[in-house]
Design a protein around this ligand. Structure first.
Ligand code: NZQ
Ligand code: ZN
Length: 386
């Protein structure tokens, strides 16, 4: 186990009806930017409840909607100008990962003299940021208690991440009932993203990480048990509660303590969703099994452990390689059974830009840690994903 610091400062307020308390949490700030997406919070009635809660607590606010899935830098620039003009001192993201990520980028950009995109291209590091609060409407990205944001710049179709301890949300309201209005496909995309966040941490070369292995396996098994139930039953509170809490745990880095994580599959997926604007979770359902097939020989025992402990593959199934491959196959079947694509073709992504994606993904060096991935590896993985 490696040395580590674990500090997750996000206050989680979890359960039925909790979003009605958002005004009380926000009232210590002078002025709030209410930030949201394309309209789901208005049709669900959540917008009204949040506004009422802010007004009841006497919180002044301005608003900026219109965040798109795979959130755009152009709206982030707009938000920065608005926050400066209105002297906003809290950004309240009401929505999913895209809204939260847009809020985080605005938060870093307001006090910065240059272009906030600098932080996504390693040309600068944020020194300060406005606080961000969250009312979560989809269990998926884990951005509600992560230190990361992922933004897309239309010019060049570049989707890039930025991490900083400054952008952990101060508080996050998690009411599983708010996810009832999601289309089942979007719930399934969230399930895939959550499992991917665990898998990116699970496949490590760091020796002797038994506790975090078992925490990862437990969280994955919760997703295997409750993910399909949540997709099939939009109003099953228990299933959505398990998935929402798992989504938060999967990405608040508890599961990454003391071990080197991978993140190669995420970087490859960002190239796909940057160009084709597919849902991040769907892209991961395609990339992760292909990545696994490319790398499993790096540490066969770890893949055997995954197959046996997570998927219940019996040791009598065959030799180590067959057991490992069966684990990968069961993950793929799991994604397929909840309605996700498991190949690029199923996602309507043709084979004509694979080289471009492989080149862009590796232009600043290799990806991943379990196996270092160079341009040819990424190309191979994308070909395996076809
Ligand atoms: O825009 P609205 O109208 O709200 O609709 C959204 C959007 O179309 C809809 N939706 C959300 N909650 C809903 C709902 N529809 C009905 N009822 C509800 N309760 O769902 C669609 C997708 O929303 P989005 O926010 O894009 O989903 P998600 O949470 O999966 O976020 C994906 C983004 O997060 C990034 C991804 O790359 C992607 O851009 N990630 C961020 C991470 C982080 N900051 O730590 C880590 C992740 O690995 C990921 O990369
Ligand atoms: Zn993700």
């Amino acid at each position: 186990m490696n040395n580590f610091i674990f500090s997750n400062p996000t206050k989680i307020i979890f359960g039925k009806g909790v979003e009605n308390e958002v005004g009380n949490e926000a009232k210590k700030y002078r002025k709030v930017l209410l930030h949201y997406g394309g309209g789901s919070i208005k049709s669900s009635g959540l917008y009204e409840r949040v506004v009422q809660s802010l007004q009841a607590a006497g919180v002044a606010f301005v608003e900026l909607g219109g965040v798109k899935p795979n959130p755009l830098l152009s709206l982030v620039h707009e938000g920065i100008q608005l926050c400066r003009a209105q002297a906003v001192d809290l950004i309240l993201a009401v929505g999913g990962g895209s809204v939260i990520d847009s809020a985080k980028a605005i938060a870093m950009g307001v006090p910065y003299q240059g272009d906030v995109w600098d932080f996504f291209t390693n040309k600068g590091r944020p020194q300060e940021a406005l606080p961000v609060g969250v009312v979560l409407t989809i269990a998926a990205a884990g951005s509600e208690s992560s230190d990361s944001t992922v933004i897309t710049r239309s010019e060049g179709l570049l989707k890039r991440p930025c991490s900083s301890a400054l952008i952990y949300p101060r508080f996050a309201f998690l009411n599983p009932e708010l996810t009832y209005t999601l289309p089942p496909y979007q719930t399934a995309c969230g399930v895939a993203d959550i499992t991917a966040h665990i898998i990116e941490r699970y496949f490590t070369k760091t020796p002797q990480v038994d506790l975090t292995d078992r925490l990862c396996e437990a969280t994955l098994k919760t997703m295997v048990n409750f993910g399909p139930r949540a997709v099939a039953n939009p109003t099953d509170y228990e299933a959505h509660a398990e998935v929402m809490w798992a989504g938060c745990i999967a990405h608040n880095n508890l599961l990454g303590c003391g071990r080197v994580s991978d993140w190669g599959s995420h970087m490859i997926e960002h190239e796909i969703s940057g160009i084709y604007d597919v849902a991040h979770g769907a892209g991961l359902a395609v990339v992760i099994p292909a990545w696994m097939k490319h790398v499993y020989r790096e540490d066969l025992n770890r893949f055997v452990q995954f197959a046996v402990r997570v998927w219940g593959v019996d040791y009598a199934f065959g030799d180590s390689e067959r057991i490992a491959l069966e684990g990968i196959e069961r993950l793929k079947q799991f994604y397929h059974a909840i309605g996700l694509p498991v190949s690029l073709h199923e996602m309507n992504v043709a084979d004509d830009r694979l080289e471009e994606m492989a080149r862009k993904a590796t232009q600043n060096g290799s990806l991943g840690n379990f196996k270092k991935l160079y341009e040819q590896d990424v190309l191979k993985i994308l070909q395996l994903a076809l």
